[in-house]
Design a protein around this ligand. Structure first.
Ligand code: AMP
Ligand code: GLY
Length: 425
């Protein structure tokens, strides 16, 4: 079988790397991919929003399975577009991906079905939002309703900060249409963790827990990024907590979506806050996380293509999912200046040496190949990933590999996974 993976980040390189181990998979294409995915399969020069071209390619190449990585094409209906053409595709439909596409939709759904979440109110009018703010006070969370590449959230500690965020989102239209509607939310207190499941619309199979590091600098300082590193498992998600998350959040959400006529097939990603009163939803995503995928898939022992096909066919209840005991850590190497301005086109060295270390694999994100050289081509450049018998060992292995790699201006956090060690696991 031939597989097409849509996307170009670390997540998509990781999916390509894992699916290459699937029994039935003979050939992999990645559109548009990066230098790393080009080593696992063949990159195709089609962008993720070029639906027509992607479908033509899938039909022409007789692709047996297409996997959609990023949120934009999911929210814009790439899966529906493929299904209308009878092309086999993994991911939620547009109607289901709204869980990520509209934060208001998701909060309303969770409220309707009594699924633990934050108290909130939605506004399109700045004055009304400010009146609610006065009533609730700070701290408070201000969010753009639509997709804003992870940048549409302000956790405001003061009323002034919240007012400024309201002004920027509604009056200055900083996020365009995505911010025309905003949410004001109760600030949830606790530790965050990511919890992902496979869903066939009815049945679910859990993945292992993970945690990412969103801020650019050590000790969670500085602006938010796409994610500077991750580890799995997240010790905060104990066995008991995991059972609660599945029973109180994941299964009820999948059931609720089915009841609403929005059957969710694909990967449902819960951003959780583990609060004093149990797990609560910070957000849902309709896809694999980045960089969570880089620490989840190396731990998967089962055949990824088979599980994805069972999600599409609706027989996930007949499948088992097996996970390795080893822990995994991913350290993101970024271009200096990211998430602000940064340079591209820097030559990256030491990749082979890093990849030859035990239990280590360097997943590419913003890279491209030019005349036999690998060059940086984005803000997040590499996800240096390693397994270990404990989280501590996985962290040490990942940082040993980071030391082997260099490019001008390279930057990485030094404290990935430290939170897990504090928990003495
Ligand atoms: P989101 O894009 O919704 O994941 O939000 C980005 C980040 O903002 C989250 O990872 C949290 O750290 C924080 N955040 C969002 N909503 C809340 C909330 N209701 N309470 C506390 N923190 C939040
Ligand atoms: N790591 C956060 C995300 O993928 O949305």
């Amino acid at each position: 079988m031939k597989v097409l993976i849509v996307g170009s980040g670390g997540r998509e390189h990781t999916i390509a790397w894992k699916i290459a181990q699937s029994k039935a998979v003979e050939k992999i294409f990645i559109a548009p991919g990066n230098a790393g995915s080009g080593l696992v399969g063949t990159n195709v020069d089609i962008k993720v929003n070029e639906f027509e071209k992607l479908a033509e390619f899938a039909a022409k190449e007789k692709i047996g399975l297409t996997i959609v990585g990023p949120e934009d094409p999911l929210v814009n209906g790439l899966v529906d577009f493929f299904e209308e053409k009878n092309l086999n595709v993994f991911g939620p439909s547009k109607k289901a991906a709204i869980m990520e596409g509209s934060k208001t939709f998701t909060r309303d759904l969770l409220k309707k079905y009594n699924i633990p979440s934050a108290e909130y109110a939605a506004f399109e009018n700045a004055e009304e939002a400010k009146a609610y703010l006065k009533e609730k006070g700070a701290p408070i969370v201000v969010k753009a309703d639509g997709l804003a590449a992870g940048k549409g959230v302000v956790v405001a500690e003061t009323i002034e900060e919240a007012e400024q965020a309201i002004n920027e989102m509604i009056l200055d239209k900083r996020f365009g249409g995505a911010g025309a509607k905003i949410l004001l939310e109760e600030k949830l207190l606790g530790e965050e963790a990511s919890y992902l499941i496979f869903s066939d619309g009815k049945n679910i199979l859990p993945m292992v827990s993970s945690q990412d590091h969103k801020r650019i600098f050590d000790q969670d300082r500085g602006p938010n990024t796409g994610g500077m590193g991750a580890y799995s498992p997240a010790p905060i998600v104990t066995k008991e907590m995991e059972q609660r998350v599945l029973k109180e959040i994941m299964q009820p959400t999948v059931d609720a979506m089915a009841k609403e006529g929005r059957t969710f097939k694909g990967i449902l990603y819960a951003g959780l806050m583990i609060t004093e009163n149990g797990p609560k939803i910070v957000e849902f995503n309709a896809r694999f996380g980045d960089p969570e995928t880089q620490v989840i898939l190396p731990r998967l022992k089962s055949d990824l293509a088979e599980i994805m096909q069972a999600c599409i066919d609706g027989n996930l209840n007949e499948k088992e999912i097996k996970w390795g005991e080893k822990a995994c850590c991913c350290v993101v190497m970024a271009s200096g200046g990211y998430p602000g301005k940064y340079e591209k086109g820097r030559e990256i060295t030491g990749l082979e040496e890093a990849n030859s270390l035990p239990e280590t694999v360097v997943f590419h994100a913003g890279t491209k190949e030019k005349e036999g050289k690998i060059l940086s081509n984005g803000g997040r450049v590499l996800g240096v990933t390693a397994l270990g018998n404990s989280i501590r060992e996985a962290i040490d292995n990942a940082y040993k590999a980071v030391e082997k790699i260099s490019f001008k201006g390279a930057f990485n956090r030094k404290d990935i996974g430290q939170k897990a060690l504090v928990k003495k696991v």
